[in-house]
Design a protein around this ligand. Structure first.
Ligand SMILES: Cc1ncc(COP(=O)(O)O)c(C=O)c1O
Length: 402
């Protein structure tokens, strides 16, 4: 089919994007969808035929390829096959789905949990099921796109408060009529910046203004807290979040999303959320892998200690070279570059020296705040991190970032 419509707005948008992609490709600055063809153990991968150190993985605890998790997935395929018969409400609920949800509830110190086929679908369906016309959703300005989309889809009044600004959140809570339902929602760890939300203050404000609190733990499970249980453990708080959302695609090396909460709320979501009722459940192998991964986290606490050591080594090393690592306190480590071009150039140099790291540019972050974003994992070794820092430091000097 020939893609030639009239010269309408859609066609102009398609052309503009294609022009940008072609320009980046011509200048060896195109880092989108690079094929990782092999996992080489530890934190090494094969990208475009070259072995590189992996600094773009959300597998914070290095669990991808873990033998126990792989065996659990294989056993599930042998037992159930590769699919689920369809949506869960009809014939698609397998024993492994129920086991996984029990494991998650226990891990998150919650009464119950429900899973969905992705983290994105989880945010979309949970926010839009709970909130509707006439209700209010108050969302941190830097929240993940799936939260924003869930808020928009809900039809509720959508208010964004300044990033991590609790005074602004309180001001906006005061503006909501007292008889309206309110949901306050934030990432626990922000995916572009690596900083942590002020949970104690948020809990206090939600209590004061009678609002529901939902926290997205995509980047905090396995990262925060002594045993990796996430943001509540990090702040020494127990079961203070009404809706604990998380993904099964990052520290947990599988795919899917979940919400852990009080039993009544989970029962409601199981019967009312459209991504549960109208979409197939997780494939058995993925459910079994996720189930085993939560157990491995608790059985191998050394991984969290190693992740913390590695993160400190990397952040402190970059800072001492003069890089601006913004407000990160976690394994997501941005290096501020300024323009998109500088972020692309730093990425190119790093990759040419076999450090697989990626840029984050506008519109994912505001213009002028483009960055190189590395993620540190428990699978990195001290000398590998030292090498990555050496490469980034040398390139940073050449490009004029430090
Ligand atoms: C904060 C946050 N929430 C939700 C998601 C969506 O999760 P998934 O990739 O499992 O769909 C992501 C993924 O990048 C994320 O970073």
């Amino acid at each position: 089919m020939d893609l030639k419509k009239t010269n309408d707005a859609v066609m102009r948008r398609i052309h503009a994007m294609n022009d940008r992609v072609n320009m980046l490709k011509e200048n060896d600055l195109y880092f989108y969808n690079q094929p990782v063809t092999e996992l080489r153990g530890g934190a090494r991968v094969l990208v475009n035929g070259r072995e590189m150190g992996m600094y773009a993985s959300y597998g914070y605890l290095g669990l991808l390829g873990h033998p126990r998790i792989g065996s659990a997935a294989k056993a599930a395929i042998d037992r159930y096959g590769t699919g689920t018969h369809g949506v869960r409400t009809l014939a698609g609920t397998l024993k492994i789905h129920n086991e996984l949800e029990e494991t998650i509830a226990e891990f998150k110190h919650a009464e119950a949990a429900v899973t969905y086929s992705s983290g994105y679908a989880t945010n979309l369906t949970v926010v839009s099921t709970l909130m509707g016309r006439g209700d209010y959703v108050l969302s941190d300005k830097l929240n993940h796109a799936s939260i924003v989309d869930g808020c928009l889809m809900s039809g509720a009044e959508f208010r964004r408060f300044r990033h991590k600004d609790m005074e602004d959140l309180e001001k906006r809570l005061q503006q909501v009529p007292s008889d309206r339902a309110k949901l306050v929602i934030a990432d626990a760890v922000f995916s572009m910046d690596g900083d942590i939300i002020d949970l104690p203050k948020m809990v206090e404000l939600c209590k004061k203004y009678d609002a529901w609190l939902m926290i997205d733990e995509a980047h905090s499970v396995g990262v925060l807290g002594k045993t990796g249980r996430g943001i509540e453990e990090h702040f020494g708080m127990n079961d203070v979040i009404d809706i604990k959302m998380g993904t099964l695609s990052k520290t947990i090396p599988s795919v899917g999303g979940y919400v852990a909460a009080k039993k009544e709320l989970i029962t409601y979501l199981r019967h009312a959320s459209r991504a549960y009722i109208f979409s197939a459940a997780l494939p058995p192998a993925q459910a079994a892998a996720a189930n085993e991964a939560f157990k491995v986290i608790l059985d191998e606490p050394w991984r969290i200690e190693k992740l913390n050591q590695n993160t400190h080594q990397y952040i402190n090393g970059l800072k001492s070279m003069g890089f601006d690592t913004m407000l990160t306190e976690t394994a997501i480590v941005p290096v501020l570059c300024g323009s998109d071009e500088r972020a692309f150039a730093l990425t190119r140099e790093a990759q040419h020296h076999d450090v697989f790291v990626l840029p984050v540019v506008s519109p994912a972050v505001p213009e002028g705040l483009a960055r190189l974003r590395a993620t540190i994992t428990a699978a990195h070794e001290t000398d590998e991190i030292a090498y990555a820092m050496e490469v980034i430091g040398k390139a940073g000097k050449e490009i004029g970032i430090i």
